[in-house]
Design a protein around this ligand. Structure first.
Ligand SMILES: C[S@@+](CC[C@H](N)C(=O)[O-])C[C@H]1O[C@@H](n2cnc3c(N)ncnc32)[C@H](O)[C@@H]1O
Length: 383
């Protein structure tokens, strides 16, 4: 058995660990050895060639993608990338199923800190119920009822494989630390007493954020009961008492002005054009005057994305079941935030950190960088 970072993390046998290593090895090969060749073909060869003909490769990214897809080698790369993703979910699912009764027993500990509130009548928004985002079988909302933690355990175990360890290994908490660093950079001297994490999944970021504000009451909301039961138990085993509830971030049941800080991490690109303004308005309603809202996102904006990044975005949308991937990059989120009533709105790039430091020199910048090295951060204040 391999060592685990907290009591809820499914343990892998030797053979399961070997399958996970195979998945990560394949993902690494596809991403680090093959993908750069497509990037260089598109950005370094085809883009200047088209420019010489007076054409704009970035504007023609859809037809470029169709041309690439006529190449057997490109289709092989696509198919292997999808297969690696499917193999990840399959092998993690089997590992979780082998020990699910024990995980459910641990999650049902009535003495554990925090709380979880599920709602049998809850219906997830269509953008989450109609597709299994990033091919996770059953999607985020999958729930087998009272006591079920399967989807949470699968997501937690798979996340480090998905990110190939770049989001803080098995704790997957770098985004949480980076959000807090953004708070320290932009709002020095502030300390929230009530915090809400919208779209918390299994509390990877929520738990990291809670660690900086031990006096605060921290809440996380998401759409899946099995995610949230697992999240509560996971946070408790890491020493954090967090209150999880099954709610839609577009319309929650919290009272007006309930929070000092509302955040989301890697959520907006999994919503829709309609949901974005609703989420911003809901965050505005939930904050007390002077409260802060922050959203962390993938550090790609469509206007500055190279032709390859646009083609790669289409792959994400079409083959990794992320239908709003490109839409979120195109959306003027900062304007949506201003329209929702926020002041002092800033958007830019926050270097990823493993530990946030209130005393550190602010490093929030307008200079983009690669994913996992920086994150796109957008923040504003309710006046
Ligand atoms: C990529 S995961 C976020 C990961 C997590 N925030 C973190 O940093 O580790 C996206 C999450 O957003 C949730 N989500 C998307 N739209 C939502 C909505 N309208 N209400 C609640 N949760 C939502 C999804 O269910 C999913 O769990």
């Amino acid at each position: 058995m391999s060592a685990t970072p907290h009591a809820m993390m499914p343990e892998a046998t030797h053979d399961e660990a070997a399958r996970f290593a195979h998945v990560v090895g394949l993902k690494n090969f596809l991403m680090r050895q093959l993908e750069p060749k497509w990037r260089s073909l598109v950005d370094e060869k085809l883009t200047p060639q088209l420019a010489a003909e007076g054409r704009d490769a970035k504007g023609e990214y859809r037809s470029l993608e169709r041309s690439l897809a006529r190449l057997g080698a490109y289709r092989t790369w696509q198919q292997l990338t999808v297969s690696a993703q499917e193999e990840m979910w399959r092998s993690v699912g089997e590992c979780v199923d082998r020990q699910l009764p024990e995980l459910e027993r641990r999650a049902s500990d009535p003495t554990a800190g925090g709380s979880v509130r599920t709602d049998p009548q809850f219906r997830p928004p269509r953008y989450l119920s109609t597709v299994d985002i990033h091919l996770m079988p059953g999607g985020y909302a999958d729930d087998r009822g009272e006591g079920d933690v399967r989807q949470g355990a699968v997501f937690d175990k798979a996340a480090a494989l998905y990110h190939m360890g770049r989001n803080g290994g098995e704790l997957n908490d770098v985004r949480g630390h980076t959000l807090v660093q953004h708070y320290f950079d932009r709002f020095p001297g502030m300390t929230p007493e009530r915090i809400l994490d919208m779209g918390c999944t299994v509390g990877h970021s929520t738990t990291a954020i809670a660690g900086y504000f031990p006096q605060a009451e921290v809440h996380g909301i998401d759409v899946g009961g099995a995610l949230l039961r697992y999240a509560r138990a996971r946070s408790a085993s890491l020493g954090a008492s967090i209150h999880y509830s099954q709610q839609n971030a577009e319309q929650t049941d919290f009272a007006d002005g309930s929070f000092d800080l509302v955040v989301s991490s890697a959520v907006l690109h999994e919503t829709s054009f309609k949901a974005l303004p609703r989420i911003m308005r809901e965050a505005h309603r939930l904050l007390r005057p002077g409260g802060v809202m922050m959203h962390l996102e993938v550090p790609l904006r469509f206007d500055t994305a190279s032709a390859w990044n646009r083609v790669r975005g289409l792959f994400e949308a079409l083959h990794n079941n992320e239908p709003f991937w490109i839409g979120a990059q195109q959306a003027d989120i900062a304007q949506t935030v201003r329209d929702a009533g926020f002041a002092d709105v800033a958007s830019g790039y926050q270097p990823a950190v493993r530990v946030a430091d209130r005393a550190a020199e602010p490093r929030f910048t307008s200079t983009p960088g690669p994913v996992h090295v920086v994150w796109y951060l957008l923040s504003g204040v309710k006046r």
